[in-house]
Ligand binder design. Structure first.
Ligand SMILES: C[S@@+](CC[C@H](N)C(=O)[O-])C[C@H]1O[C@@H](n2cnc3c(N)ncnc32)[C@H](O)[C@@H]1O
Length: 205
């Protein structure tokens, strides 16, 4: 993918504070609710794709998970999360990579992505993401995807995004994943506006 995309995200995470971006959540409630549905073993391999400086990793550490991975195209984003966590950051595997070029060294029991997948707008990049997830996620393991819904914005951070419905998201993953549950969420931005999200969970066949 273009290095312009990486430059874009590196700049976002140096020029704006965490609560100056629309996607900020002090507590990732919906993501935690999905996590709690699946009763993962404490040593499950868990990855947050495009995790940025999300506070989900704080919750994963707090819950005692011992194999946590956070991947993001922006090193600045991950550095910000590391700084917030202090010594606790050593409990996490940090991966700077474009997800479409990710070569996982392990297989995952739980793959979470809030608001990263929807930035992939070409068939080529979407196919790459799905192919990588298919290989990297264990049989019977979980994939949780949060994107803008069809009622959500068509841009984020100045970039075009792809909106999804339950049907269109499921269609992308149906070859290798069974849909479990979808919910919609109205995300309240730090600017007191709302954004319509769709979250779906899938299980690897
Ligand atoms: C809207 S933010 C969401 C961040 C985080 N998931 C959250 O919920 O706070 C999108 C994130 O995806 C990352 N990202 C965008 N395109 C990416 C790509 N191709 N590969 C990996 N990360 C990407 C960005 O750097 C950014 O951290």
């Amino acid at each position: 993918m273009s290095s312009k995309i990486k430059e874009h995200w590196e700049k976002v995470f140096t020029s704006k504070t965490e609560d100056e971006v629309s996607w900020f959540q002090p507590y990732p409630k919906t993501s935690v609710e999905f996590l709690e549905l699946f009763n993962l073993p404490i040593d499950a391999n868990i990855i947050d794709i495009g995790g940025g400086d999300s506070h989900l990793v704080d919750v994963l550490i707090e819950k005692g998970y011992s194999n946590i991975y956070v991947l993001d195209i922006s090193e600045n984003a991950l550095n910000r999360a590391k700084q917030r966590l202090g010594d606790e950051a050593n409990k996490v595997h940090w991966i700077v990579s474009d997800v479409t070029e990710f070569k996982p060294g392990v297989r995952f029991d739980y793959w979470h992505d809030r608001a990263a997948f929807h930035f992939l707008t070409t068939k080529e990049n979407i196919d790459k993401y799905v192919g990588i997830a298919e290989k990297a996620i264990n049989k019977n393991a979980y994939l949780i995807l949060g994107t803008f819904s069809e009622q959500g914005p068509d841009k984020c951070s100045g970039l075009e995004v792809k909106q999804y419905s339950e049907a269109s998201m499921s269609h992308r993953f149906e070859k290798s994943f069974k849909r479990i549950k979808c919910i919609t969420e109205k995300h309240l931005t730090p600017f007191n506006t709302t954004q319509d999200f769709l979250f779906c969970s899938f299980q690897k066949k």
